[in-house]
Structure formats: structure tokens, C-alpha cells
Ligand binder design. Structure first.
Ligand SMILES: [Zn+2]
Length: 270
């Protein structure tokens, strides 16, 4: 029963992601959405495969290929029932997942959304110096994790209020930056101050407006902020502020603290 339920969840997931990825679309074609009978037929035809890394299933003589190298799941306990999870490749999947040892639910880890504001005022931009790790003491745009229940624009405004005590009006989306290696996707909005007031919130040492020539590129906190501000600078200088999408790929073998060790791929600007 548990395997059938996992299988059903998986098919549902493929169906859900098919719009985003041609690869998943192909998977979907191989695994059409389950009619109740089709799902049970598939279960009968295919031997159940829950190849746990810690499985002690000695009845399988055929050597199985090594599991793909993926980051270990951080989900150690089932969010549904609280039981410990185990790492396993669910039937029909190709990656290690956290699978509940009790209720059988598969728990996927997905990227997190970070939202923030590029606040413009008198041809300057508002930056905050971080009072928290990581990157304590370095400058950043006001930004943080999007909360459930709010839109990206609402989250960006909230973060700006929290980190810079600045009440802003969102003007337009400016950049979406994906960082696949660490599972983050940034959306940065252009915004303006509703009143010319700001001050450091509890997570900031100080907040300040910088002219574009004075942006402290050597003291910025994150690659995403470096990329955003570089793009903004180029746009302002060319007199044409665009919307940007790109992927930030950290170079393999460099430390997390080496902010300049990244490549920008798939840059699109409209
Ligand atoms: Zn569970």
C-alpha cells in the first residue's frame, strides 16, 4: 500500500513539474497520469524499488548502479508524522529523497525564494550593512526569504521595512537570479522611498544611500547582490533599465567565501 501511494505521489509530482522542464515532460510521457487501474497495473508490472542507501535487502542478487551523488537531505524527521526518514530513491525517481520510515511519504527539497528591493533615491541606491551572519559587516540590498502567505513584491517590501525601516513603493521587477548550487532563486524589485526616511533595523549595522560610482563592490555580501548592482549600473549608464534573468553558477572547487568565483549563464534582458 505504501509503495502504491508513493508511486501515486511521484506521478503527481511529475505532472506538476512537466510545464517547467522538457526532461520532466519526457518523464511524464513515459509515466502518464495514473488512472486508478493504471497505477495498480504499473505496480504489478514493475517490482517495487525503494533502494535505500541503508537497505539490508539481501534478496536482490543483481548489482545495482551506484546512486547519483546528490546533497544529503536535511529532512531527518517526517513533517507529516514525526517519524525518522531514511534516504531512498523512490520508485520511478532518480534521486535520493527523504522517505518516511513510517508513513512512506516522500519529502522533496526545493529551492527557496529570496526577495528584495533595489531602492532608488536621488540617483542613489539604498544599501544595508549586515549585522548578522553570514557576511557580517558586508553591504547588501535589503532582501530575505519569502514567507508563505505573501507575494514576492510584498515580501520584498517587508524585508526593506525590517532591514532598513524604509517604507517603499515597488516600481517594477528588475532581476530574477537563480543559484542552482545552493537552491536559491532571487527576485529583486526596483522600488522608491515613500518618505525619505530610513534607519538600520535589528539585522543591520547601518543603512546608507550610495551614488552609483561609490557602490562598495569590494564589500558586498553575496554574488547575487554583485550581479544585480552590476546590471543596474550598466542599465543606468546606457539609459535603458531592463528586466534581467540569469543563472549564477559557482565555480567548482572554490570556497563559499570567494564571492567572485562564479559565472553568469543564460543572461536574458528585456
Ligand atoms: Zn511520516
Amino acid at each position: 500500500m505504501l509503495l502504491v501511494r508513493s508511486h501515486h505521489l511521484l506521478l503527481h509530482r511529475h505532472h506538476h513539474t512537466a510545464r517547467l522542464s522538457p526532461r520532466f515532460h519526457r518523464l511524464l510521457l513515459r509515466h502518464p497520469p495514473p488512472l486508478p487501474r493504471a497505477a495498480s497495473a504499473a505496480s504489478r508490472l514493475r517490482p517495487p524499488r525503494m533502494s535505500s542507501a541503508s537497505s539490508s535487502n539481501a534478496s536482490s542478487p543483481a548489482p545495482s548502479p551506484p546512486p547519483p551523488v546528490v546533497p544529503k537531505s536535511k529532512i531527518r524527521f517526517c513533517p507529516s508524522c514525526g517519524s525518522p526518514t531514511k534516504l531512498a530513491i523512490p520508485d520511478g525517481d532518480e534521486k535520493m529523497r527523504a522517505v518516511c520510515s513510517s508513513c512512506g511519504r516522500v519529502h522533496y527539497e526545493n529551492p527557496k525564494m529570496v526577495v528584495g528591493c533595489l531602492v532608488e533615491h536621488d540617483n542613489k541606491v539604498l544599501l544595508c550593512r549586515r549585522k548578522i551572519e553570514p557576511a557580517y559587516g558586508l553591504w547588501t540590498l535589503p532582501a530575505g526569504y519569502l514567507e508563505v502567505g505573501e507575494s514576492a513584491a510584498e515580501g520584498a517590501s517587508r524585508e526593506t521595512l525590517e532591514e532598513a525601516c524604509a517604507d517603499v513603493e515597488i516600481l517594477s521587477p528588475f532581476a530574477q537570479l537563480d543559484i542552482p548550487l545552493i537552491g536559491q532563486s532571487y527576485i529583486i524589485f526596483r522600488a522608491r522611498l515613500k518618505t525619505p526616511n530610513f534607519s538600520p533595523g535589528p539585522e543591520s549595522l547601518e543603512c546608507a544611500l550610495f551614488t552609483l560610482d561609490d557602490i562598495p563592490f569590494d564589500s558586498l555580501a553575496f554574488s547575487s547582490i554583485i550581479v544585480t548592482l552590476r546590471m543596474y549600473l550598466e542599465d543606468v549608464k546606457s539609459g535603458n533599465i531592463k528586466f534581467h534573468y540569469c543563472t549564477i553558477n559557482k565555480r567548482i572547487g572554490t570556497g563559499a567565501s570567494d564571492l567572485r568565483s562564479f559565472d553568469i549563464d543564460n543572461h536574458l534582458a528585456v
